[in-house]
Design a protein around this ligand. Structure first.
Ligand code: FUB
Ligand code: ZN
Length: 677
């Protein structure tokens, strides 16, 4: 591994996103989503499913306070299952835990999003709300450092007895991520202190030393979070703990199997049975070749693996990451950048099984793929990683949220017929309209945290280099050898393919600016300042030299309308095309094309006549695509179900496509990404 090639995500405090596209989304999250989610976490959104998230922290804080009183006895562990709901949801017992076992994590994700937002938008009111909530979280922390309200309230003697399903280490991971983000944004370390105390407690309980548990998270994320904690604090013990979890995973004897045998009655299996591919615990991580199991878990695991490969120079770990990456992108990736073909276990399906209507494609899973891609980019700037990251971010991540930020998708299908969703229990996971909130609300705050930190996916840096992976209009400051550079990136992507970076500096500075050549562009044209050394590698163009004030790199990426076909092994897509332009995947909606979208067919011979037009949805301007095609004429109602074959009767039709991320913003209706050709 060539460490000199490594880059790190840019500190978002040094980036001001000016991009018309991303700025709009970030403002929606800042103005609408963050305040709304705080209300949701406090069960104050009328008509939305209650969260009980802050309720649980308050209950745990009260319990911790009572501990100091004479006669206090810790509750003995009572198994309460994976989700606990009050008998009367309007009247929950203030001292009981409710919701999913991982409910705490929703608060941490919200803090993380708030922290990234504060980096660029100081907001004393929001900061005071976060600080007040952090006080509650710290008061809820057990004296040992342990911090998971499910066990604090239901009995600590049960803690760490069901690692497989009960998410205590997952909550640690999200706590650490939020604490690191809040510390970075505000310099305040109270939450970081709580995170370190919990991580330290976990380090006392788990590890290779005799007497310590040999387990690992049932839902990964603690691994990458511990690596972040190591990088924030410089304390090696966190690197060692995260690495222990990775090294231990899937080894024999299988920890989860042993755990199940030890703890009868306390388990409510959520995934499959041994050998636990659902949890990616079926074999040691370095031996894994196929992306399997729960897709979010997998994406978080692979992200942690990529982190440790970078941090420790572990070639065998990197080789495993590369194999898993290849397996995903060649066999298990939706054209919308989503992953997870099956609702059974919210999981990857078998190779090439990418159904459109029963798709799972969870918003969190697309986010986990972006995490993995960004980490692979940090190790080697290869444009393929950024192409996939871009696909996930511009399509499935954004489709998870309504344009007004007021409702969300958990599942992101590529084909929807609302009538079928209501009538067919095989589609019971698919919602044709976004929901205000979910009992299991993992996705909405996850979307908020990736959107608010989007710049850290667009740009990575080394001491003397800045990489532009996504063309997100921004102003970046960068100190190179004492010179303060200001880089302004203007971009019309994703609607037009033009971008330009201009350097502003008082002192000429020696450095490299690298730009991704997007995989979707067939004929990129890039010009840079005279006299600059120019090279091209792995889909990036590099300009190295002495940069002066006003130096400019211009990038022109002609954007064709593309008709994409899938590998014929993807049975569902045979004879169909998906329409893309640049990074955006487009879809048909009933609002523009009437009902029975399956009767429509694109004429590929007419692609030269396709039109890019403007459309406004929910007050947001975007591009639509108009293609020539045909509509199959239906026989009269009551005709025989089967008849002798005859050539289909079709009439010409104009097919109007809108960006996939913007579907379901104009009421309920059919939608389809893949269309007959
Ligand atoms: O288990 C925690 C989160 O809830 C997962 O990441 C999601 O897939 C949902 O199951
Ligand atoms: Zn989710």
């Amino acid at each position: 591994m060539d460490k000199s090639k490594f880059s790190r995500p840019i500190d978002i405090g040094r980036v001001k996103v000016t991009d018309p596209f991303w700025h709009t989304v970030q403002e929606t999250v800042r103005r609408e989503v963050i305040p709304y989610q705080w209300e949701a976490l406090n069960d104050r959104v009328p008509g939305a499913e209650p969260s009980f998230c802050m309720h649980n922290f308050r209950a745990a804080a009260r319990l911790m306070e009572r501990k100091s009183q004479p006669g206090f006895t810790e509750p003995a562990y009572t198994f309460r299952g994976f989700q606990t709901l009050p008998e009367d949801k309007n009247n929950p017992d203030p001292d009981k835990f409710y919701g999913f076992v991982f409910q705490d994590s929703d608060f941490y994700k919200w803090v993380e999003a708030a922290a990234y937002s504060l980096c660029n938008h100081p907001d004393p009111e929001l900061e005071a709300t976060v600080d007040g909530a952090i006080d509650v979280i710290c008061a809820a922390q057990h004296e040992s450092g342990y911090l998971d309200t499910y066990y604090i309230l239901n009995g600590m003697d049960g803690s760490f007895t069901n690692l497989k399903d009960h998410h205590e280490l997952y909550c640690l991971g999200h706590l650490v991520e939020s604490a690191a983000a809040y510390y970075m944004a505000t310099g305040k370390d109270r939450l970081l202190g709580a995170a370190k105390r919990y991580a330290d407690y976990v380090g006392e309980c788990f590890g290779p030393e005799e007497g310590k548990r040999k387990g690992y998270p049932g839902h990964e994320i603690a691994e990458m979070a511990l690596f972040r904690l190591y990088e924030v604090t410089g304390e090696e013990k966190y690197l060692a703990l995260g690495k222990f979890f990775l090294d231990q995973r899937g080894t024999e004897p299988n920890y989860f199997l042993e755990e199940e045998r030890r703890c009868e009655g306390r388990h409510e299996p959520k995934g499959d049975t041994a050998p636990y591919a659902y949890y990616q615990a079926h074999k040691p991580v370095r031996e894994q070749k196929e992306a399997v199991g729960h897709a979010v878990r997998a994406g978080y695991l692979y992200s942690g693996m990529a982190d440790v490969a970078r941090l420790t120079g572990d070639d065998s770990m990197l080789a495993a990451c590369n194999r898993l990456w290849d397996n995903i992108v060649k066999k298990k990736l939706y054209i919308t950048g989503g992953i997870g073909g099956t609702a059974v276990g919210e999981a990857f399906s078998y190779p090439y099984d990418l159904p459109n209507d029963t798709a799972y494609s969870e918003s969190c899973a697309a986010i986990s793929l972006a995490f993995f891609a960004r980490r692979m980019l940090e190790i080697s700037p290869v444009s393929q990683y950024a192409d996939v990251m871009e696909l996930a971010m511009y399509n499935t991540v954004l489709s998870g949220m309504a344009l007004d930020g007021k409702s969300f998708f958990y599942v992101n299908p590529l084909e929807v017929d609302p009538a079928a969703c209501k009538a067919d229990t095989r589609l019971e996971h698919v919602e044709p309209v976004r929901q205000k909130w979910f009992g299991c609300a993992c996705c909405p705050p996850n979307i908020a945290r990736i959107v608010t930190s989007a710049a850290a996916y667009a740009f990575t840096e080394r001491e003397d280099a800045v990489f532009t992976h996504l063309y997100m209009g921004s102003e970046i400051t960068k100190n190179v050898g004492g010179a303060e550079l200001r880089l302004t990136l203007e971009s019309s992507i994703p609607w037009e393919g033009r971008a330009a970076t201009t350097v502003h500096t008082d002192t000429p500075a020696m450095c490299t600016l690298a730009f991704r050549l997007p995989g979707w562009c067939r004929k990129p044209a890039v010009t840079g300042p005279d006299g600059m050394e120019r090279s091209e590698k792995d889909g990036y163009i590099y300009f190295t030299g002495l940069w002066h004030d006003g130096d400019r790199v211009e990038l022109n990426f002609p954007m064709d309308i593309r008709l994409n076909s899938a590998d014929p092994r993807v049975r569902e897509d045979l004879g169909r095309v998906a329409v893309t332009r640049g990074s955006v995947c487009y879809c048909l909606e009933q609002a523009d094309n009437g009902e029975n979208l399956h009767l429509l067919r694109v004429d590929p011979g007419a692609i030269d006549r396709a039109i890019v037009s403007d459309i406004e949805i929910c007050g947001q301007k975007m591009c639509a695509l108009e293609l020539d095609g045909y509509r199959l004429e239906l026989p009269d109602e009551g005709s025989p179900l089967y008849a002798d074959y005859a050539p289909p009767r079709e009439s010409p039709a104009k097919l109007k496509f809108i960006p996939y991320y913007a579907w379901a913003n104009r009421g309920e209706g059919e939608m389809s990404v893949w269309v007959r050709v």
